[in-house]
Every structure is written in C-alpha cells, then in structure tokens.
Design a protein around this ligand. Structure first.
Ligand code: SF4
Length: 81
C-alpha cells in the first residue's frame, strides 16, 4: 500500500520512493496499443508539472498516470495531453 505521507505531489511513483511496482501491469499492455516512447515521455512530463499529480496518481481520474499514458488511445481527463 502506498503511503501518501511525505511524498512530493509532483513526483511519479519511482521518484517518490513509494514501494509499488507497476512494471507487471505495464508489461501486460499489448505492444500494438502502446504509446510511442517519445509521446509517452511527453505525456509524463506534462503530468509531472500538473497540480493534480500525487504520488503517481492523478487526482482528476484516480489512475496511475504511468499506466494511463502508456496506452495510445487514452487521454488526460483535463485535456492536457
Ligand atoms: S492525467 Fe492530466 S490531470 Fe491527471 S495528472 Fe496527468 S496531466 Fe494532470
């Protein structure tokens, strides 16, 4: 379980040091459905600067942004990407 205490609200999960690994879930996403690497990085950069990011979670939709951004067809619920 992720503790939200003392975690920078602008950090993604790895940067926050939270003891949670999304790799297993991310590996299950079909390669054909994945966001291209450059666009994925761009999406996460926007999330890192967003006031709704908290410990890797989007407070707007409740998703782990690293998972949401990895599927090409997904979008930001606030149309930032
Ligand atoms: S998905 Fe959108 S609203 Fe949520 S943290 Fe990222 S940029 Fe912000």
């Amino acid at each position: 379980m992720i503790s939200l205490q003392n975690i920078c609200p602008r950090c993604l999960i790895e940067a926050s040091g939270a003891d949670f690994d999304l790799t297993e879930y991310m590996d299950r996403i079909d390669p054909e459905l994945r966001t291209p690497d450059d666009l994925y990085a761009e999406r996460l950069k926007i999330c890192q600067e967003c006031e709704r990011l908290n410990a890797g979670l989007c407070r707007g939709c409740g998703c782990f942004v690293e998972l949401r951004a990895l599927t090409a067809a997904n979008s930001c619920p606030y149309e930032k990407w």
